[in-house]
Write a protein that binds this ligand. Structure first.
Ligand code: OGA
Ligand code: MN
Length: 323
């Protein structure tokens, strides 16, 4: 059974400003906060409470100038939940060091073999592990080496509480109670996963069904849960109806007013909540080197609360006239 927070998150003010040496500075727009004055290598119970609160309130937290070794990253992530271990590949094992929890995200090649995943091509809009029954919770990326500013390779994020809240009523009514069958065959570089069979008809895939309106287990607020776009299917619709509804939801949810693009600097740590956000990355200059280390924890099986239709919006869903 999943317990939904008894105190709707929307009733509490979001964390912002200075708490001792730590400063929480909301980013402009509808999501994100920068935390200053916190070295993640020295995270303790008190500073974790601030970090975790900022994560739930702002969906994404940025900390600049961090110098984490893989063991430090593992120690931070462990506080957020149980690890979701990445698939084991030869490249990953060779380049992530001794920590199986760490994934390398990179376009760098050594001896003509990639040292990590996702390369330098486009990474389409997605939330992590949305194609599994248990989706990812928190994922963090630490930028070890990044292309010069202006070379692209930014990561864009959207606040899916805000996209839910701003949906026209007619669409909201259509999606309450509806589920999407999430494709498992293709990855976010649009490539067939190892061992997967090609799927032409999205109705025939074998991915999990998740509700489109998803109630967050910690905040109690609703967000849109779309996963990825290609070969997904709204159960019970004709294929044409499903394609039209998914196209409408994606066109709405990816609007820039619902998020921002993060321009990476070396030393950045960005950690985000996959239960209520989506992200993408554009293709970037193949001659530029980009090396990130990543780790993530398990989230939950998405569900919609029985009273989802009457739940208050997340406090960051309606800032700056976006409601
Ligand atoms: C990820 C991801 C995009 C990027 O690591 O989950 O989607 O900017 N990364 O590398
Ligand atoms: Mn991702």
């Amino acid at each position: 059974m999943t317990v939904v927070s008894p105190l709707p998150h929307a009733m509490r003010p979001v964390i912002s400003g200075r708490v001792g040496n730590i400063e929480v500075i909301p980013l402009p727009g509808v999501m994100g906060a920068e935390i200053r004055g916190l070295d993640l290598r020295r995270l303790d119970d008190h500073s974790f409470r601030i970090l975790h609160r900022a994560y739930l309130d702002h969906l994404l937290v940025l900390l600049r100038g961090q110098q984490l070794r893989d063991g430090d990253m593992v120690a931070v992530a462990r506080r957020f939940g149980e690890f979701e271990l990445p698939p084991v590949t030869a490249e990953q094992v060779a380049h992530r060091g001794t920590h199986p929890e760490i994934t390398v995200v990179s376009n760098v090649r050594v001896n003509d073999a990639p040292i990590g995943e996702l390369g330098d091509g486009e990474v389409i809009w997605h939330s992590d592990y949305s194609f599994r029954e248990i989706i990812a919770g928190m994922r963090m990326l630490h930028a070890l080496e990044v292309p010069p500013a202006g070379e692209g390779a930014n990561t864009e994020f959207r606040n899916m509480y805000a996209t839910y809240d701003a949906l026209p009523d007619v669409l909201k009514r259509r999606i309450h109670g509806a589920t999407i069958k999430h494709d498992t065959a293709y990855d976010t570089n649009r490539r067939l996963r190892r061992g997967a069979l090609p799927v032409a008809d999205p109705r025939l895939g074998d991915g999990p069904d998740h509700p489109i309106v998803s109630t967050h287990p910690d905040t109690g607020c609703n967000s849109l849960f779309l996963g990825r776009r290609p070969r997904h299917y709204v159960n019970g619709c004709t294929l044409d109806e499903s394609e039209a509804l998914l196209d409408a939801l994606w066109a709405h949810a990816t609007q820039p007013r619902f998020g921002f693009a993060h321009a990476w600097r070396q030393g950045d740590v960005v950690l985000w909540d996959n239960r209520c956000t989506i992200h993408r990355r554009g293709a970037f200059n193949p001659a530029a080197r980009r090396i990130m280390h990543a780790t993530q924890v398990k989230g939950h099986k998405p569900f919609a609360a029985a009273d989802a239709a009457s739940r208050p919006p997340h406090p960051r869903a309606c800032l700056h006239g976006n409601g």
